[in-house]
Design a protein around this ligand. Structure first.
Ligand SMILES: [Zn+2]
Length: 483
């Protein structure tokens, strides 16, 4: 379209409308006067677009004719692509990608990212290979938005429901060739500094076993360096606001929302982190709803909706925080989609989330209780919140018999036999839930669909329209004055 053919006034207003409505690829708009004092980046791991849609229907009040909008609907501003780097350094994760490489495929891009490459993109604004933590394809360390914030003397923090050394938070702080090197990543949290300062003033999540080890006790080292250490969520209210904090509430990840005493533990961690971080110079906080991804990997929609419920409460809190503190920017996106979850399946035009609204325990927990003979077949219905049929109960008995036989044939230990039984019960329970709700899945891994982007507060316009995930970091750098 040739704008010159328009009258000048119309051209001006139309092009400025275009500018404000879209962000052009690879070209971050100039930031004017208003840089946010505080930035809160929220990553919803694995939250492809079907999850917030599903949450809207899960959350719906059935007594009203129309479906209520969620906090996600209110804050939606755009979308982002998530593909990882092509070519060098790429760790092929499947036989198919290895075969493609062997057959001479030059541009080795399979478009589906893992959480490490995607978090490095969101944190540092570079495309890298799957598995890379804070480094590019040439394995060079990359500056992250959290580190830049620290160099500006802002306070910095992370609040997550996984172990704090998991791929997403790690990519903002650590530098490692492989995401699974959790001990080395934990060492980085203490050893790597910005201008002689620790990178994160607040670290809340799981992962005790990576910090308290036989070869090194990082908890003691942090305490000696002036950090407060807590290991119970109940201690979150006892913190000295003027001292940095390391809070590790589980050996590895925190329990799922469905199995937690505090179903809104991400919101609780986020509230505390902000209280600890507030100061005159502002702060940068990374929040991660880590376990939507794990619900997706397990093809467990009840698990995923439990996590979405916690994230929703967290976003409601953050939206209100921005109302009180308009110099704060909150951005939420996902690193990728997980599970290929679909709302409706098998040609049937319905999805029935009310079957997962009354769950008293997670499907995995119910499977464990059943395997330990702590509940009867009939009690499955009570915990699920809906009745299961005689045939379905019979199916659990069949599984039990089959596994008892398999355990003796394969000479499994008691523990191995129990784990195998839990796995099959868990699958059977998920199948029942998928059947009742009519949920579909295409993968036990990640998929390459674009993810939604949400923003509220100062500078939110930067995130309007379509963008690539590296541009999210570029925009945050710019909003913090980096050229
Ligand atoms: Zn994942």
């Amino acid at each position: 379209m040739n704008f010159k053919s328009f009258p000048s006034l119309l051209t001006l207003s139309f092009s400025s409308l275009l500018l404000s409505a879209c962000s052009t690829q690879g070209n971050v708009q100039t930031i004017n006067e208003t840089q946010p004092k505080n930035i809160i980046m929220v990553v919803a791991d694995g939250m492809g677009p079907a999850y917030p849609t599903a949450f809207r229907y899960y959350h719906d009040d059935p007594s009203t004719p129309l479906v209520e909008r969620t906090i996600f609907d209110q804050l939606l501003v755009g979308a982002a692509s998530t593909y990882p780097a092509s070519e060098s350094g790429y760790i092929s994760t499947s036989d198919a990608s290895a075969a493609a490489l062997a057959s001479g495929v030059k541009k080795n891009n399979f478009f589906v990212t893992d959480s490490a490459a995607s978090a490095t993109a969101l944190a540092a604004g570079v495309k890298t290979y799957n598995g890379a933590i804070g480094i590019d394809q040439q394995k060079q360390a990359q500056l992250t938005v959290l580190e830049w914030a620290k160099s500006l003397n802002k306070r910095t923090g992370i609040a997550v429901t996984s172990q704090i050394v998991h791929a997403t938070p790690a990519s903002y702080i650590a530098k490692n060739e492989k995401r699974g090197n959790y001990n080395a990543i934990a060492d980085n949290y203490f050893d790597l500094k910005v201008d002689g300062k620790f990178k994160a003033d607040v670290m809340l999540g799981g992962g005790t076993k990576y910090f308290i080890r036989d070869d090194r006790n990082l908890k003691d080292e942090f305490v000696a360096a002036g950090y407060q250490y807590i290991n119970e969520l109940s201690q979150l209210t006892t913190l000295d606001p003027n001292k940095p904090v390391l809070g590790l509430f589980a050996d590895n990840a925190l329990p799922s929302a469905l199995d937690s005493k505090d179903k809104f533990r991400l919101k609780t961690l986020t509230q505390t982190a902000i209280k600890q971080l507030e100061n005159d110079k502002g702060f940068f906080l990374l929040v991660e709803a880590s376990q939507i991804d794990w619900g997706g990997h397990s093809n467990d929609i009840a698990y995923a909706m439990g996590e979405m419920n916690d994230l929703s409460a967290t976003m409601v809190f953050l939206n209100n925080y921005v109302k009180q503190n308009p110099d704060t920017l909150v951005v939420l996106t996902a690193d990728h989609n997980t599970g290929g979850f679909s709302i409706g399946a098998k040609g049937v035009y319905q999805w029935q989330p009310h079957f997962i609204q009354l769950l008293k325990k997670s499907p995995n927990k119910i499977a464990k209780l059943l395997a330990k003979n702590k509940i009867s077949d009939q009690q499955i219905s009570e915990l699920l919140g809906f009745s299961i049929s005689e045939e379905e109960i019979l199916q659990f008995n069949v599984i039990n018999l089959e596994q008892t036989l398999a355990a003796s044939q394969q000479k499994l230990t008691v523990k191995q036999a129990e784990n195998a039984l839990v796995k099959r019960y868990y699958k059977a329970i998920k199948d029942i839930i998928d059947l009742r709700t009519n949920s579909g899945w295409t993968s036990g891994g990640h998929t390459g669909i674009d993810v939604p982007v949400y923003a509220v507060g100062q500078g939110k316009e930067q995130f309007y329209g379509f963008q690539d995930n590296i541009e999210i970091a570029e925009k945050l750098f710019k909003l913090m004055g980096k050229e």
